[in-house]
Design a binder for this molecule. Structure first.
Ligand SMILES: *[C@@H]1O[C@H](CO)[C@@H](O)[C@H](O)[C@H]1NC(C)=O
Ligand SMILES: *[C@@H]1O[C@H](CO)[C@@H](O)[C@H](O)[C@H]1NC(C)=O
Ligand SMILES: *[C@@H]1O[C@H](CO)[C@@H](O)[C@H](O)[C@H]1NC(C)=O
Length: 401
């Protein structure tokens, strides 16, 4: 209910902030109607406990009506276009939160799918498959063959941390996150500045308005995406230039209730970027559950799709995505062997049988993070205070026989 109330509070705020004042609007009656209608709904939402579903439906209908009205607004005037656009975005986001709430309710209470006929299910499956194909349709068909080499770029005293380049832009800057929660980010001008401490100028210290949690952050087109410390599942998109929060989202599916990987003691949400875009990885229900993979639109922060993978969180230490395939690194055999023993391809083109033995060179501890960078096609990793680059060997994906 909290999320629902927040969603409606959000809307009220944005209605009042963005809608044109009634006397100036082309259709004052309509705007007034939105206000009034919303007020009634909001009061209802606050009271509701048992009748949640009815209100959710009402809210849905109402937001649909708003969308229709906004459409009309647009035809009246282009003056408020951007205001109306951003209002529409907020309505959409509130709808997503409500969808998530309903998802939770359904998971807890009832499963209606039994009513569905087999034919309906088949049609749905075909449609889902089409959606995935469209979503993961980048010209990228490489699969991992081996970890070719290791290069230790720097050594620090900190067992935990993460480091990375921007995953998509051409910037040579390196970002350094020491520890597993802090509000500080170090920005090095380039790789050389990182490697040679004596190089001037030294790193820039960026102090954020929020604290990041874990080691799963990514930099994507100048924005830092991170798990907001103190929340179970909030992801913040942070504008590093302006030092402001650009946007935020709640990762659905029970994210943040457990560690993503058994051997990574502070990461509850791991983000990743590959040729297809932005992803989040979290652990599903249960102790050391299976990993859940979610594709996120970095522009709107909408969830594009979510998959339950067969890869377990137990014994895992890190994971990354390469060409739309999830590779999970496990630790075994006296704790110094690091090996990829689970892969998950949402499109089903490759499976574990296609993979050779994927061992990492021996390292003293679990990796604090391993992230793939699609620009230079190598892995950035942190192990026992060392910042490591793994060079990779890949080959074209072979479809299953
Ligand atoms: C939405 O619009 C329809 C038709 O205009 C109306 O009957 C309905 O009551 C409206 N619903 C809400 C929740 O405003
Ligand atoms: C994938 O992309 C190609 C070229 O960009 C296009 O021709 C094809 O229809 C797309 N396939 C799907 C399933 O969207
Ligand atoms: C955050 O980072 C700063 C600078 O690296 C360090 O001095 C401080 O102790 C860190 N705080 C925490 C809570 O680790």
């Amino acid at each position: 209910m909290l999320a629902l109330r927040r969603a409606s509070a959000f809307l009220v705020l944005f209605l009042s902030a963005f809608l044109p004042p009634p006397q100036r609007a082309q259709d004052p009656g309509m705007v007034h109607y939105i206000y009034q209608r919303f007020q009634v709904l909001e009061q209802g939402l606050q009271k509701c406990t048992q009748v949640t579903r009815a209100y959710i439906q009402d809210f849905r209908e109402f937001s649909q009506n708003i969308s229709v009205m906004l459409g009309r607004c647009l035809t009246y005037t282009s003056e408020y276009k951007s205001a109306v656009d951003s209002l529409a975005l907020r309505v959409e986001r509130a709808q997503r939160e409500i969808d998530y709430l309903e998802y939770l309710r359904e998971a807890d209470v009832c499963i209606e799918s039994e009513d569905k006929t087999l034919a309906e299910k088949l049609v749905q499956e075909v449609e889902e498959e089409k959606k995935v194909q469209t979503l993961l349709n980048a010209s990228c068909d490489n699969m991992l063959m081996s970890i070719k080499s290791l290069k230790i770029v720097k050594r620090t005293m900190d067992t935990d941390g993460s480091w990375m380049k921007d995953a998509v832009s051409n910037s040579p800057k390196i970002y350094f996150f020491i520890g597993s929660r802090n509000n500080t980010v170090w920005e090095f001008a380039n790789m050389r500045a990182l490697m040679e401490d004596s190089t001037k100028p030294g790193p820039r210290k960026l102090i954020l308005t929020h604290t990041w949690q874990g080691t799963g952050h990514v930099i994507y087109q100048g924005f830092l995406f991170f798990h907001n410390q103190g929340t179970p599942n909030e992801i913040i998109k942070y504008n590093l230039q302006k030092r402001t929060v650009e946007d935020r989202m709640l990762l659905p599916g029970g994210a943040g209730r457990a560690l993503v990987y058994q051997h990574s003691p502070s990461t509850y949400i791991d983000l990743a970027v590959d040729e297809h875009g932005l992803w989040a990885i979290h652990s599903g229900p249960g102790i050391y559950g299976h990993l859940v993979l979610t594709k996120i639109d970095p522009g709107t922060l909408g969830v594009e799709y979510s998959w339950d993978t067969p890869c377990r969180s137990q014994d895992a230490e890190a994971a990354f995505l390469l060409c739309g395939v999830l590779y999970v690194v496990y630790r075994s055999g006296g704790h110094s062997l690091h090996r990829i023993t689970c892969v998950y391809d949402p499109r089903g083109i490759i499976s574990e049988e296609d993979l050779p033995n994927l061992f990492f060179p021996k390292r003293p501890r679990s990796h604090s993070m391993i992230h793939y960078n699609a620009r230079d096609k190598q892995l950035y990793a942190w192990n026992d205070g060392s910042q490591i680059i793994y060079k990779l060997q890949t080959k074209r994906k072979q479809p299953l026989k």
